[in-house]
Design a protein around this ligand. Structure first.
Ligand code: FES
Length: 177
């Protein structure tokens, strides 16, 4: 049988035994998340802790960060990767200062997503999945972000931008510092 071809995500992951270190304040923050869950259900804290790791590791989930969480939660490294690779809100490679996630699912698609995506990408000079040379913008196409009634829409950082038009997109990008 032919070997599986790595995906564009997994072939970017550098596997190492390095374990990330975090400040006492960050560890306390992680413990406060952990305290919200039963002692025998520490795995349930994985998603909030991945958000903390992503923030502290420069906007993405790297191998040392995953190794840390596996130790911190007494899980297998693969348990952490399973969750980190499932959700599009966790970045598996470095992203730009403004991470533009454009919804490509049905409602957004039929309401104009392809034109919005083409416009953003040609304006920034990149393709979906790429980051501008100055590190300012990354464009990703993602599945439904739960805002189908205001399609087409995109998320930048934690902010939703809805009922998009080309003019609206231009203003939003211009306002990104
Ligand atoms: S289809 Fe785009 S937000 Fe649901």
């Amino acid at each position: 049988m032919a070997a599986a071809t790595p995906t564009s995500f997994t072939d970017k992951i550098v596997v190492s035994d390095e374990v990330a270190e975090f400040s006492p304040a960050v560890i306390d923050e992680m413990k406060s998340h952990l305290a919200k869950y039963p002692a025998d259900r520490t795995r349930s804290a994985l998603i909030p802790l991945l958000f903390v790791v992503q923030r502290e590791r420069g906007g993405w989930i790297d191998n040392p960060g995953v190794n840390f969480l596996a130790k911190f939660l007494n899980l297998e490294v693969t348990d952490v990767w399973e969750t980190a690779t499932f959700y599009s809100m966790f970045n598996l490679r470095p992203v730009g200062r403004h991470h533009i996630q454009i919804c490509k699912t049905l409602s957004c698609k039929i309401m104009g997503e392809p034109d919005i995506t083409d416009h953003i990408c040609s304006k920034l000079g990149i393709h979906p999945g790429e980051t501008t040379e100055d590190g300012k913008f990354t464009v990703s196409l993602v599945e439904c972000l739960g805002s189908c009634g205001t399609a087409p829409m995109m998320q930048i950082g934690f902010d939703y931008h809805e009922d998009l038009t080309i003019e609206k997109v231009d203003k939003i990008l211009d306002d990104c510092k």
